[in-house]
Design a protein around this ligand. Structure first.
Ligand code: FAD
Ligand code: A2P
Length: 267
């Protein structure tokens, strides 16, 4: 008997394998990975659903899974009236989404000069590319220390990142590489938690260096990757420049790189 291939109803269709709702505004999901899809941890792709007009409704999404994973993971906002996420938030295992297999982006280790310590700086869903990079052995091969700073308004909004970091230590593939190298510094700004405050402030006033017992940023050893709202990106870039770091790109590696977590208000 010959196997009949599963009929794909959407162009570039991938099957949803798991969905987790973290808060009423945040969820993550996993989908099958096209066999031919190769990507560098930190890159993004266009994903979406078929719109009511019969045309694909696509948005940029950072791949949150590492490049060795058999599936792809995404971490998403739920915008109440958002054209895509008002629908995407209802997907369930077995459903199909559209995934254009053309990964791109600047949050890649190749766009940084070699260094000793790398800082991952994210607000909100901006942690998604770092969920990939934190699970990639290459990150720990290239850097002696990795500092993950993630800031959200509330404690619950940190859950996805916290669970991921806690799971890394026990991961059979990467646990040993991560131990002692990955420093996690989650903060909230509008709800009480062990560490409070904006990333910009905690870098500029030296609180994070003091709390983690680290030397201040030095452009000869430190590298940074930034992903948040436009306003956050702009402000954190000014702080990094103040430490003597400069923005790089795929074509010209430097001390830090930046990507928008979304397009919208906030500048
Ligand atoms: P849109 O019409 O796209 O957005 C409506 C409004 O919602 C925006 O104007 C903005 O104010 C707000 N908004 C949109 N996305 C976010 C967000 N992530 N956080 C806070 N507010 C937001 N989104 C993700 O959830 N996860 C990702 O990994 C992700 N990666 C991205 C990577 C890049 C390079 C870019 C440019 C955007 C990324 N986005 C990501 C945003 C994503 O492309 C969509 O904007 C989002 O899915 C909402 O789609 P929508 O059609 O429902 O609403
Ligand atoms: P705050 O609560 O002080 O505004 P948002 O949901 O608005 O995108 O914010 C996500 C997190 O990023 C919040 O903790 C917020 O802090 C912080 N944030 C927003 N804008 C900036 C900025 N320009 N610089 C530093 N942190 C910011």
């Amino acid at each position: 008997m010959t196997d009949i291939p599963k009929l794909k109803t959407l162009p570039d269709a991938q099957s949803v394998t798991a969905v987790t709702h973290w808060t009423d505004t945040l969820f993550s999901f996993r989908v099958s990975r096209p066999q031919s899809l190769r990507f560098r941890s930190g890159e993004f792709v266009m994903i979406g659903l078929m719109g009511d007009n019969g045309k694909p409704l696509l948005r940029a999404y950072s791949i949150a899974s590492p490049n060795w994973d058999e599936e792809l993971e995404f971490y998403s906002i739920k915008v109440p009236d958002g054209p895509l996420t008002s629908k995407l938030q209802h997907i369930q295992p077995g459903d199909e989404i559209i995934l254009r297999p053309k990964p791109v982006g600047t949050l890649v280790i190749d766009a940084l000069l070699p260094g000793k310590r790398v800082w991952f700086l994210a607000t909100g869903t901006g942690i998604a590319p770092f969920a990939s990079l934190m699970r990639d052995p290459e990150t720990y091969e290239k850097f002696d220390e990795v500092v993950m700073m993630h800031t959200c308004r509330t404690v619950a909004e940190l859950d996805y990142g916290r669970e991921l970091v806690e799971g890394l230590i026990n991961d059979p593939l990467i646990g040993e590489m991560v131990e002692g190298k990955l420093k996690y510094y989650p903060t909230t700004t509008r709800e009480e938690s062990p560490h409070m405050g904006r990333i910009t402030d905690n870098l500029a006033n030296g609180k994070v260096f003091k709390d983690l017992d680290l030397a201040p940023m030095d452009p000869t050893t430190d590298r940074a990757m930034v992903c948040g709202s436009l306003a956050f990106n702009k402000d954190v870039m000014a702080v990094l420049e103040g430490f003597g770091l400069h923005e790089g790109a795929n074509s010209e590696p430097r001390e830090y790189v930046v990507e928008k977590a979304f397009v919208g208000d906030g500048v």
